[in-house]
Write a new protein. Sequence first.
Length: 324
Amino acid sequence: MGSNTELSISKTLIRGTILAINYEGRVAVITGAGAGLGRSHALFLAKHGAKIVVNDLGGTVEGKGGSNSAADAVVKEIRDADGIAVANYDSVADEQSAKNIIQTALNEYGKIDILVNNAGNNIENSFRKMSMDDFRAVVDVHLMGAVYCTQAAWQPMIDQGYGRVIMTTSAAGLYGGHGLSNYAAAKIAMVGLMNSLVLEGRKRGITVNAIAPMAMTRMSKDAMDDKTGPLLKPEFVTSIVALLAAEDHKGSGDIIATGAGYYSKIGIVEGAGVYFDSDAPPSPDAIAERFEEICDLTAARPFPDAFAAVADAMRNVLRNLKSK
């Protein structure tokens, strides 16, 4: 997508196909859009024709308090550039409030086409010292916020036979992070949510994808140094969000790592594995002797769903039995 901080072209090339990047007539809800990534997403989609619901509680990074000013400021930016936008100040962490966010789109524009689950908070502490209130507070925003908003948007998307849902996961969820057990748990759970919704949305015209962004925002700035921080502009992340939100992009179930001009698909794979005699469970010692083989990912492959993974394993079990 080049090194520009904004995807200013109207078309892009992916897998040999030209895709139009245009959202005329589309309605997008972006949660946590009062600053950082959400603001960048809202400005871009509005510039290219989408009608926007700018949702932001206006609270602290920890998710405390609230103010209308953040969402209002982004709405003003969009309108000053001749775009169309309305503000919403509800919390994604409450089910009824999340429904109100989606209802704002339905009331103002009559539909919802694009949902970007971007709202987040961050309360860091070692797992040993973390209170369960702090753990739940982060899970409620990241995971349950995505659950509530997506479920509220799901039926309208089914009814119209079209939808684009984008989850915001994280490297912390995929790989872990010290002091981030609450955040990481919520973020990896969003991947499981995405994978199931991909299957449910497939025949409904609804795609569901995820990004794992690296960007300099108010949530991440303390973790950035003077060299890397300026490179991690939110607009680089918005470029892939813009693609995943496009009508012509039909791909679903992708997790894309992105930041500072870097874009890469992240895969969940399973190794070839080893098979023991099915007549009796192997001893722990027997497993230990072959543990290196068990962990070998040389022949790793992905599966489209849980049933395919289980079916593949059972086919190999039966094949192993027949070979004896």
